[in-house]
Design a protein around this ligand. Structure first.
Ligand code: FO1
Length: 309
């Protein structure tokens, strides 16, 4: 059974880690959001790609979900000493990743080739694909009239500004990275990971060609909203700011017309009847991934659900 998973950062990384433990490597491809990517201190940072790769490689920091486990912070301390921009926390080992990536991009290598070579170095066997090799930048337009780069909004301003609109700058003219459309075409199922629909899954679908190919397939989404809240990140707050009550039902509506199957947390089982009106099949289960076992358990549920669809 060939699976293509669309993923953002921490939530997506946990589910694909579970899937990678169950599927033969040739049967799993992960298309990762790169709208969060930005330049910081001259380095190209690709947070979601790194989070997915570190997680698959068993290198991720279990406390934060991003960055590397056991990393040290000497570089950040030196940046701070010089009154440099220290709001974005780069661990020493993580800086190594950004240095090599920036160096190789500077020599004209495409991002997808660099990711693929990093995966070999880290022993990752599944295919990890950036959504595009081109620069697409998620921009947050705030209700008080500012335009912010995603990481400025997310990390520096702690998601405090109310969001008016979200733009994927550069998406209109971007092309899917090599292998993306081929993976989708070969997939038996597409899975939308429990990532933020607005800023993790939407940017991937905004790359011309991806949405058109995805909707031809059987698509299953997992809700990142549990009991009206998110485990991490601003998805629930964004729904609210767009005038939508955040809930698993709101997520199912968000993806209406694209998905056939929807998995949501057991906490929200009372929404099942309403959700079933929107999709072919719905399932309420435990979607909270606290450890490696629960990642695998949810991945198992997702695969079983796909086969029953
Ligand atoms: N998230 C934070 O909340 N604070 C940070 O300082 C931070 C640094 C960071 C460095 C490298 C990296 O790959 C990710 C990092 N993240 C940090 C996470 C990142 O901002 C988000 O997880 C994603 O962009 C949202 O999916």
């Amino acid at each position: 059974m060939k699976i293509v998973a669309l993923a953002g950062g921490v939530g997506g990384a946990k589910l694909v880690d579970g899937l990678a433990k169950l599927l033969p490597p040739e049967d799993l491809s992960i298309i990762v959001n790169t709208g969060d990517d930005f330049d910081h201190l001259g380095l190209r940072i690709c947070p979601d790609l790194d989070t997915v790769c570190y997680t698959l490689a068993g290198l991720s920091n279990p406390e934060t979900g991003w960055g590397r486990s056991g990393d040290t912070w000497n570089c950040l301390a030196a940046i701070r000493e010089l009154a440099g921009p220290d709001w974005f926390h780069l661990g020493d080992g993580d800086v190594g990743t950004h240095l090599v990536r920036t160096f190789r991009l500077g020599h004209g290598e495409p991002l997808s080739a660099i990711v693929s070579s990093f995966c070999v170095s880290w022993g990752i066997q599944v295919k990890v694909l950036p959504m595009t090799d081109e620069r697409v930048s998620t921009q947050i337009l705030t209700q008080d009239g500012n335009q912010l780069d995603f990481q400025e909004y997310f990390v520096r301003l702690l998601c405090q500004p109310a969001v008016k609109a979200i733009i994927f700058d550069g998406a209109d003219s971007a092309e899917p990275a090599p292998g993306v459309l081929e993976a989708i075409d070969l997939a038996d199922f597409i899975i939308f990971c429990p990532s933020n629909p607005w800023v993790s899954i939407n940017p991937i679908l905004s790359i011309p060609g991806i949405r058109e190919r995805v909707i031809k397939k059987k698509v299953v989404a997992i809700s990142p909203i549990i009991g009206g809240k998110t485990i991490k990140g601003p998805a629930a707050k964004m729904y609210q700011e767009f005038g939508i009550t955040p809930s698993a039902l709101a997520v199912a509506r968000h993806y209406e017309g694209i998905i056939e199957g929807f998995i949501f947390d057991i906490t929200d089982h009372d929404l099942k009847v309403d959700i079933e009106r929107l999709v072919k099949k719905a399932c309420a289960t435990n979607t909270i991934m606290l450890d490696s076992d629960s990642r695998k358990k949810l991945a198992q549920e997702v695969l079983k659900f796909c086969l029953e669809l």
